[in-house]
Structures are given as structure tokens and as C-alpha cells.
Design a protein around this ligand. Structure first.
Ligand SMILES: Cc1cc2nc3c(=O)[nH]c(=O)nc-3n(C[C@H](O)[C@H](O)[C@H](O)COP(=O)(O)O)c2cc1C
Length: 395
């Protein structure tokens, strides 16, 4: 039995059963349409499947999505990429700038499935050094009217050991880049030690590493965004990476939150420039609640994501671009749900983009839609490639 966020009891024979059933319903919706309408594509299938998934309680829907991707039940949507979207970041080629944001594949279980959806990269995790449960349910809420989610999952993780074993199993997808987002165990007495433990276990698998110091659901974590503490964390992490015998040291990023005021952003920017942080992911979810929220769940504790955080996330990114003089790579994240949003974030200074909540509401079709629209915007404005448009709002 599962108790969902609306306190309904649901019998779950097995996640496998549910995944198949949900996808089956998606398929049958498509099949029914086929009798009267034009030929249906995998896009129609994904639309129906996504709508059905949204009827499920939040945590169960996530489990089913992971299971469906694991079992290869989701149609392959990756297609020929428009060369205008190809971009070189940290000396690595990204076939397109759109990535799956951290928190979806917390245990490195569905990297192949996510790459099949058409993303250029995924940030997997947050992984903690040792397994932990996360917060009790209900801990994930849909704010349907607002196109938003609130989560207080609190880093449920199978731990770094299992994460590494899962990474060993992925099929070769060398054109798909894998960022690993690392965090700390709740209640740890040594946060820097936790980060170093994860680095030692996982850095060898990563296209880049992102240290998460901005999850609002792990007590004490966000304090590590303060200048001295962040510098200490980054210095130790860089030392750990320098001692590793990997062929290449992955770029080191820090994921920051939206609660930071201008003074704090200036401090983060200074640390980034002085201590050689290779990139900033801006932003994580927020504990702030815009007055515009309409859903009954708006007052739930946790981190808000999706459309209502778009403006603030864009402003934060824009300020970071200015404060770092465009010298630190920025990954734009928070409320991106359309090609227009994606283009705006690139022009504000993002070299790469991530989304999560829009995938829940729009389904996987949104990836191709954003890529197509972004390529069209770039061409309309006369750009030869994506990197030429990065930060142009600041010129
Ligand atoms: C259910 C859920 C779980 C998340 N878990 C993590 C996580 O483990 N680590 C992390 O850095 N961010 C996590 N995030 C934050 C996202 O990576 C992203 O920064 C945030 O949702 C804003 O992007 P969006 O508006 O496109 O969703 C999570 C978000 C959601 C909705």
C-alpha cells in the first residue's frame, strides 16, 4: 500500500506492473486515436503517457517513470541534432545545451534512458556518501495551477558505492555528458569530508562534478554558500581531485540557491574567480513563495520549482554573469519550459541549460520542442552557433 500526497491509499502490486499499465494506457489512448485520426507518432504516445502519469500520486509517478526508462519502455526520441545547438564547454563537445537537472536520476539508474530522450547531458544525483532514506512522505507536491512542484525529499540516496556500480553498467554513450551532483549525509559532522568521499569514489566517471550546497531540505547545507566555508570546501575538493590518477580531472561546479542576495552572489562570484570554480549551476529550488501561487499546496514546506521561479532564476544567473565578467561557465536552471525561456537564459549568460519540472508537466516532447525553437531563434537573430549568443544581453 502507498499513501499519496492527498492521503489516498493505493494498492501497488509492483512498480513494474504500474509502469506497464500506465504506458499501456498511454499506448491504448494512441491506438484509439489511430482509428479516426492521422498517423500517430511516438510524440502522441508520450503525450498520452505523460497525462496518465500525472494522475498518479507524485512519488509513485516518479518511480514509474524511472522504471519505464530502466525497462526501455519509453520510445527513443533522440534525433539528428541541429548543428547550431552544438557547443563546446570545458573543452567538451555537447551535442545540444539542454540537460536533465539533478534530482530525477538520483542513483544513476537510467542514464541510457534519459540520453534517449534527446538531452545533451544529465546531472545525476544528488548522491550522498552513504545510503539514507530522505524525509518521510508526503514529501513531493504538484502545484498544478502554478506549473510548479514543491519537494522536501531531503536527498534519498542509495549511496556512492551503489552509484558507482550503476555507472559501471551504462552502455557506451560517449556523446552524452554526465554531470555528477554530490551532497552530504543528513546530520554529518564533516561536510567537507562527505564531499571528498564522493569525489574519491565518483570523479572518475564524471564529465563534470557539481557540489550541491543549496538544497533547502538538508539542514545546515546552505550555510556552505558563505564565502569562507565555500572557499574551504572548494579548496579541499580541488586538492582531492588533483591527487586522483584519472586521465582527466573533471571540471568542478557549485550549485547555488535562489535565496542569495546581491552581497552573497558577489561573494560566491569572488570565490569562483579566486579558487578556480569551473562553473556555477544557477539555481536550485527555493523556500520563497511568490504571492502569485494559487495551489492549495503552496504553503507546504520544501523547495519550489517550475514556472514561478523562472524570473528570479534568470535574474540570479544574469547577476552572476556580470559579477564574474562572463569568466565562469554558468548552467541556467529554474523554470525553463519553452524555447523562449531557453533563449532568454542563454542571452542572460548561460552556456548550458537544465530543466526538471517542465518535463513533469510537458512530458518528454518538450525536449525536442525546446531544441527546435531555440535553433530557430538563433537563426532568426543571425547567429552561426549557440556560443555566440551567450551573454549578449550584457553587451
Ligand atoms: C522532485 C525534485 C527533486 C530534486 N532533487 C534535487 C537533488 O537531489 N539535487 C539537486 O541539486 N537539485 C534537485 N532538484 C532541483 C532541480 O535540479 C532544479 O534545480 C530545480 O527543480 C529548478 O529547475 P526546474 O524549475 O526546471 O525544475 C530537485 C527538484 C525536484 C522537482
Amino acid at each position: 500500500m502507498i499513501l499519496d500526497t492527498n492521503q489516498r491509499l493505493i494498492y501497488v502490486p509492483s512498480i513494474f506492473y504500474w509502469s506497464k499499465a500506465m504506458l499501456g494506457m498511454g499506448v491504448s489512448a494512441v491506438m484509439n486515436g489511430r482509428k479516426t485520426k492521422k498517423k500517430k507518432t511516438s510524440f502522441d504516445l508520450m503525450k498520452s503517457g505523460t497525462a496518465v502519469f500525472r494522475l498518479l500520486p507524485t512519488n509513485l509517478a516518479h518511480k514509474c517513470a524511472i522504471q519505464a526508462l530502466k525497462l526501455g519502455l519509453v520510445p527513443k526520441l533522440a534525433e539528428i541534432e541541429d548543428p547550431i545547438l552544438e557547443t563546446d564547454v570545458w573543452g567538451m563537445k555537447f551535442v545540444n545545451p539542454l540537460g536533465m537537472s539533478a534530482g530525477f536520476d538520483k542513483n544513476a539508474e537510467v542514464i541510457n534512458g534519459v540520453s534517449d530522450l534527446g538531452f545533451g547531458f544529465a546531472e545525476i544525483g544528488t548522491v550522498t556518501p552513504f545510503p539514507q532514506q530522505g524525509n518521510p512522505k508526503p514529501n513531493l507536491f504538484r502545484l498544478l495551477e502554478d506549473g510548479a512542484l514543491i519537494n522536501r525529499l531531503g536527498f534519498p540516496s542509495k549511496g556512492a558505492e551503489k552509484f558507482a556500480r550503476n555507472l559501471e553498467k551504462i552502455r557506451d554513450i560517449s556523446s552524452f555528458k554526465i554531470g555528477i551532483n554530490i551532497g552530504i549525509n543528513t546530520g554529518t559532522s564533516d561536510p567537507a569530508g562527505d564531499i571528498n568521499y564522493c569525489l574519491n569514489k565518483l570523479a572518475g566517471y564524471a564529465s563534470y562534478i557539481a557540489i550541491n550546497v543549496s538544497c533547502p531540505n538538508t539542514p545546515g547545507l546552505c550555510a556552505w554558500q558563505a564565502g569562507d566555508k565555500l572557499a574551504e570546501l572548494v579548496e579541499k575538493a580541488k586538492l582531492t581531485l588533483s591527487k586522483q590518477v584519472n586521465e582527466r580531472t573533471p571540471p568542478l561546479l557549485v550549485k547555488i540557491g535562489q535565496e542569495l542576495g546581491d552581497d552573497q552572489l558577489a561573494v560566491v562570484s569572488k570565490v569562483a574567480l579566486n579558487y578556480g570554480i569551473d562553473g556555477l549551476v544557477a539555481c536550485n529550488t527555493t523556500v520563497k513563495r511568490p504571492a502569485t501561487l494559487r495551489s492549495n499546496h503552496a504553503k507546504e514546506a520544501g523547495g519550489l520549482s517550475g514556472s514561478p521561479i523562472k524570473k528570479q532564476a534568470n535574474q540570479t544567473l544574469s547577476k552572476l554573469f556580470n559579477m564574474t565578467n562572463g569568466k565562469v561557465v554558468l548552467i541556467g536552471c529554474g523554470g525553463i519550459s519553452s524555447a523562449k525561456d531557453a533563449y532568454e537564459r542563454i542571452k542572460s549568460g548561460a552556456s548550458l541549460l537544465q530543466l526538471y519540472t517542465a518535463l513533469i508537466y510537458g512530458g518528454p516532447n518538450i525536449i525536442a520542442e525546446i531544441k527546435k525553437g531555440l535553433a530557430a531563434h538563433l537563426k532568426e537573430d543571425g547567429y552561426a552557433n549557440l556560443s555566440d549568443a551567450v551573454g549578449v544581453n550584457h553587451i
